[in-house]
Design a binder for this molecule. Sequence first.
Ligand code: PLP
Length: 413
Amino acid sequence: MLTVMKANFDVQQIRKDFPILKQEVNGRQLIYLDNAATSQKPQVVIDAINRYYKEQNANVHRGVHFLSQLATREYDDARVKVQRFINAAESHEIIFTRGTTESINLVAYSYGRKFVREGDEIIISAMEHHSNIVPWQILCEQTGAKLRVIPINDDGELLIDEFALMLNPRVKLVAVAHLSNALGTLNPVKRIIELAHSHDIPVLLDGAQAAPHLKIDVRDLDCDFYAFSGHKMCGPTGIGVLYGKSELLNMMPPFMGGGDMIASVTFEKTTYNVLPAKFEAGTPHIEGAIVLGVAIDYLNSVGLDRVAAYEHELLGYATEVIGAIPGIKIIGTAREKASVLSFTLDGIHPHDMGTILDQEGIAIRAGHHCAQPVMKRFGIPATARASFAFYNTREEIDALAEGIQKAVEVFNG
Ligand code: PLP
């Protein structure tokens, strides 16, 4: 299957869609391996931003004039594209936000305000990004609820049996990463959801890393909330999505107040708009949403199944080549992984590694990846992280291996 997929995947052709990849950095051809932080953008996306401001710009849902109606139509069409992209049942289950962070905060504030009380519990996991930790901590501080953490093993896999034991009637929500940005672990989210639902507990999935790499089907997963960011999936920054099941979103109070989210306002009482407007106060990121729709069209044209198969092969190759370098320790060795290779190297701090690779034109990330607790779990302050996209190549991985060897020569003689 994989061979067929590979044969169909012309990465050199795909690379032509991304103008930035032609750039030189420090006199070397750019090798961009920081895709978990943000992806690069294809020309169609760059052009769509330009086209929006040249031909479509107006505020949405307010005007009777041509441009406002055009912008409104495009904005609403983008919502339908997102709905289809993740197979949501209804377009009003798609709320546009600034990104994963805001999506999770929306649930923490709105669902939390309505349903979480003193003595209740919220469950997250030991491998979460700070944006799926801190909003829940704030909620717990404000309500007197308790934050509980699913432990992980030394490979960076969730201990599902332990999780099952943590479930009880006090748990009001489970919030876990679909794919870990720090370890690359692909979590068994369907199993997590089944277990939580058997206790009537809703589940939020942080899909920031999964949405760019895997075909997401929220109905098949049966998750209650799914959060992701446009900028990690070929779209612009400042736009993201919260998917929520209508029954839940309908029960939740507004997150922010302002224009567009109301049905009527008097000084005595305001009534709220229906979904999705109830959660989209003020002028939204119109261009961002429309261009996210274009990014989705682009990803669909490449094919998420082909992307996943190609990246799987690329990660396997990287794990083999980088893992073979003496002194390298791969952090995150789960059986199910995608797109992320985190590592440490004896005697070289990840920041120094990042700096030396930068001299070679190679962009990786060094640090705690906004996941300090998982670093603590592995007893390290930081890792170097190469994260892949479907426009990366085996040759770039070979260059990364050479760059790492250079760092070894500089630091370890
Ligand atoms: N969750 C995970 C797993 C992430 O990797 C990230 C970003 O790296 C986020 C959440 C936050 O995404 P954003 O900064 O786009 O809101």
